[in-house]
Design a protein around this ligand. Structure first.
Ligand code: NDP
Length: 326
C-alpha cells in the first residue's frame, strides 16, 4: 500500500505547510467519553507517518495531544521521520483566551506532545469562555496578541485562526501586528463559502478545510441532506479517474487550494485519503461539485450564539451546551 507525500504550500511568512493533514478529533459520546481509544489513535498516527502523512491536526480540547506526541516520539526514535519533517497544528481552547494566558496554554499542549514548538497554533474560536463555560468578555484581538507573542517566543512557528468569519479575519489583519498564516474553516460540498475562501486567499492566508468528507459519512445524529457516498454525480466523476468518492471530495478541496483534514482511524482509509495527488479535476467538475452548496454546517455551536463574538448565523432554536456546566 505505497502512498505518497502531499505537496507543500508556501505560507505568507515564508514557511511551508503540507497540503493534507490528518484529523484527530475522535468525538465524544453523550457521556463525554471519547469514541475511539487513545491507543488506537496513537497507532493510527504512527501508521500515518509511516505512509507519508506529514501534517497532524489536533487541538487542546480534543484530548489527543498526548497520543500524537507519543506517536511522533516513536517515529522519531525508530527513524521514520525527523521532528522537522512533521508539521504539527494545535489550537488554543476557548477557556484560555486573553493575551497573558496564551503562552501558558501552549506550553501545556507542548508538554503533552513532548515538543518544544508547534508548527501552527490556531485560535480555535473567536469566542472566549470562562472555566464554567459562561461567556467571558475577552476580545479575540487581545487573545491574538498572545498568539503573536508565542510566535515571537518560538513556541509556534506560525499562528492562525479557526472558525472566524470574514469581518473577524479582516479585523485581525487590520489591527494585529502579525498576519495570520492560516484560516481553518468547515469545508465540504454542503458548505462551499467561496466568498470567504477567496477573500482570505487574496489576503495571502492558507485555508485548511475541516470535516472534508461532509455528508458522505454519517454524523452523529445530524441530517443535513447532501450527497452520500454513492451519489451518482460523484460516482461518475470518481469512475472517470478510477478513484473513490471520498477521494474526489478531497481532491475538490485541493483544486480550490484548501488543505483537507480527513480523520480516520482505519489503515485502508489512511491510504485512500492520502492518494489524491496523482489526478486532477477539471474546472467544470469542480463547479459541479460546488453546486451541492446549501450553506449547511455540521459545526455550529448555537449554545454560544448570543456571545458577542459568535462567528456564524444565529438559528431559531439553539441547543443547550452539551459540554458546558451550565
Ligand atoms: P471528516 O470529514 O474527516 O470525517 C471523518 C469520518 O469519516 C469518520 O467517521 C471516519 O471514520 C470517516 N472516514 C474517513 N475517511 C473515510 C473514507 N475514505 N471513506 C469513508 N469514510 C471515511 O470529519 P471530521 O469532522 O472528523 O473533521 C476532520 C478533522 O477536522 C477533525 O478530526 C479535526 O482535526 C478537524 N476539525 C476541526 C474543527 C475546528 O473547529 N477547527 C471542527 C471539526 C473538525 P473512521 O475513522 O472509522 O474511518
Amino acid at each position: 500500500a505505497a502512498a505518497t507525500e502531499a505537496p507543500k504550500w508556501k505560507l505568507n511568512n515564508g514557511l511551508e505547510i503540507p497540503a493534507l493533514a490528518l484529523g484527530t478529533y475522535l468525538g465524544f459520546d453523550e457521556h463525554g467519553v471519547m469514541t475511539s481509544t487513545n491507543k488506537q489513535l496513537r497507532d493510527t498516527v504512527v501508521s500515518a507517518l509511516q505512509l507519508g502523512y506529514r501534517h497532524i491536526d489536533t487541538a487542546a480540547v480534543y484530548q489527543t495531544e498526548a497520543e500524537i506526541g507519543e506517536a511522533i516520539a516513536m517515529c522519531v526514535a525508530n527513524g521514520t521521520v525527523k521532528r522537522e519533517d512533521v508539521f504539527v497544528t494545535t489550537k488554543l481552547w476557548n477557556t484560555r483566551h486573553g493575551r497573558a494566558r496564551v503562552a501558558e496554554a501552549l506550553r501545556d499542549s507542548l508538554k503533552k506532545m513532548r515538543l518544544d514548538y508547534v508548527d501552527l497554533y490556531l485560535m480555535h474560536w473567536p469566542v472566549a469562555l470562562n472555566e464554567d463555560y459562561s461567556f467571558a468578555s475577552i476580545d479575540y484581538l487581545d487573545t491574538w496578541r498572545g498568539l503573536e507573542d508565542v510566535q515571537r517566543l518560538g513556541l509556534a512557528r506560525s499562528v492562525g485562526l479557526s472558525n472566524f468569519n470574514r469581518q473577524q479575519v479582516t479585523r485581525v489583519i487590520k489591527e494585529g501586528s502579525v498576519k495570520p498564516a492560516v484560516l481553518q474553516i468547515e469545508a465540504h460540498p454542503q458548505i462551499v463559502q467561496q466568498d470567504l475562501v477567496s477573500y482570505a486567499q487574496s489576503e495571502g492566508l492558507i485555508i485548511m478545510g475541516f470535516s472534508p468528507l461532509g455528508s458522505l459519512v454519517s454524523r452523529f445524529g445530524m441530517e443535513a441532506g447532501g450527497p452520500r457516498v454513492d451519489d451518482p454525480t460523484l460516482v461518475e466523476i470518481a469512475a472517470k479517474y478510477n478513484k473513490t468518492t471520498p477521494q474526489v471530495l478531497l481532491r475538490w478541496l485541493i483544486e480550490r487550494k484548501i488543505i483537507p483534514i480527513p480523520k480516520t482511524v482505519k489503515q485502508s482509509r489512511l491510504v485512500e485519503n492520502l492518494n489524491i495527488f496523482d489526478f486532477h479535476l477539471t474546472p467544470a467538475e469542480v463547479a459541479t461539485i460546488s453546486a451541492f452548496d446549501s450553506n449547511k454546517r455540521f459545526t455550529f455551536p448555537s449554545f454560544w450564539q448570543n456571545h458577542p463574538h459568535y462567528p456564524f448565523e444565529k438559528i431559531k432554536n439553539p441547543i443547550r451546551d452539551p459540554f458546558g456546566m451550565k
